[in-house]
Write a protein that binds this ligand. Structure first.
Ligand SMILES: NC(=O)c1ccc[n+]([C@@H]2O[C@H](COP(=O)([O-])OP(=O)(O)OC[C@H]3O[C@@H](n4cnc5c(N)ncnc54)[C@H](OP(=O)(O)O)[C@@H]3O)[C@@H](O)[C@H]2O)c1
Length: 284
């Protein structure tokens, strides 16, 4: 038996490897990484380290040799991801893996979320491939707000274009624990899980939480998307990136990051990390 984790040196991957090490002998875990030098810590623990670059299919073939299960942690270069994911699915199929687990996005087949099209296409490609699969539709990470929390204290205001939109975020550790649960547990084949935090929050509530934790006045500076885009550009973001970041806020305003699903709680068997805990950590 061997469990391969792609993107293993990323932030989510680190939590997954740590979780697997608690349940599986190190020698049965393969950290499939773009840069093997970054994975020296894994090798020191007995984890097998192999090169696996989503853009170099030949490395995927070698990395997946003998694999029983593969966790495909979605790639990070927007626009290139479907081709990269396709290469991973093809290599997993060629290796004859018994389970391919993929980190997708909430409600991937229906949502209008700006990030969703590559995830939707990947899910469809996986299903059509015939490889036994489990889809983990991950919600937003609490950690995505760490910088905004610190800036809110710095400027005395939380600036956003999310309106009244609510976010059902959870920590990377929670999402990683769900991945470990489906990689090491039974009866997950063919299933798709909508993974969201137990509680949702609006940015007005987030501002109030930051104020409480910091002891400072924090204004809830809710602005429109066009104004937010200009502010981001003024802060030095390139136009395309500023538009993308602002579009994510617009999607949040539309409720696309909210979910009432309890799948995450059910898979990990405990409460997800509340945003208040992430606020406290960001301010520590
Ligand atoms: N749910 C959310 O809120 C949220 C937020 C941001 C991203 N995401 C998605 O979730 C994924 C995991 O999140 P994360 O926090 O772990 O992101 P991350 O820390 O940026 O990690 C991304 C991982 O993908 C690897 N990678 C990127 N391009 C690759 C390639 N061509 N070949 C092989 N590996 C490649 C990176 O390798 P290196 O270690 O060598 O850089 C890294 O290990 C992201 O990639 C993205 O698809 C989700």
């Amino acid at each position: 038996m061997s469990i391969v984790v792609t993107g293993a040196t990323g932030e989510l991957g680190k939590h997954v490897i740590a979780g697997l090490l608690e349940k599986v002998p190190a020698g049965e875990i393969v950290a499939a990484v773009r840069n093997v030098d970054k994975a020296a810590g894994y090798a020191a623990k007995g984890v097998v380290v192999r090169e696996a670059d989503y853009s170099k299919p030949e490395t995927l073939t070698t990395a997946f040799a003998g694999a029983t299960k593969v966790l495909l942690i979605s790639a990070s270069e927007v626009g290139k991801r479907f081709a990269q994911h396709k290469a991973v699915v093809d290599a997993a199929k060629a290796a004859g893996v018994q389970q391919l687990v993929y980190t997708s996005v909430l409600d991937a087949q229906q949502t209008a979320l700006v990030l969703a099209p590559e995830h939707k296409a990947t899910e469809e490609y996986i299903e059509a491939s015939g490889v036994p699969f489990t889809i983990l539709r991950n919600g937003w990470y609490n950690e995505n707000y760490a910088q905004a929390i610190q800036q809110a204290v710095q400027f005395g205001a939380l600036t956003h274009a999310t309106g009244e939109g609510r976010v059902s975020a959870a920590s990377r550790a929670d999402f990683a624990a769900a991945a470990v649960a489906v990689l090491t547990g039974e009866d997950h084949l063919g299933k798709t899980y909508e993974l969201a935090g137990d509680a949702s929050f609006s940015h007005a509530e987030l501002a109030a939480e930051i104020a409480k934790a910091s002891g400072k006045d924090i204004a809830n500076n809710s602005i429109d998307v066009a104004t937010y885009t200009e502010i981001l550009k003024g802060a030095g973001l390139e136009e395309g990136l500023a538009g993308f970041v602002a579009a994510l806020d617009d999607d949040t305003a539309k409720g696309l990051l909210e979910s009432k699903s309890t799948d995450l709680h059910d898979l990990i068997g405990h409460a997800t990390k509340p945003i208040a805990a992430t606020v406290a950590e960001a301010l520590a």
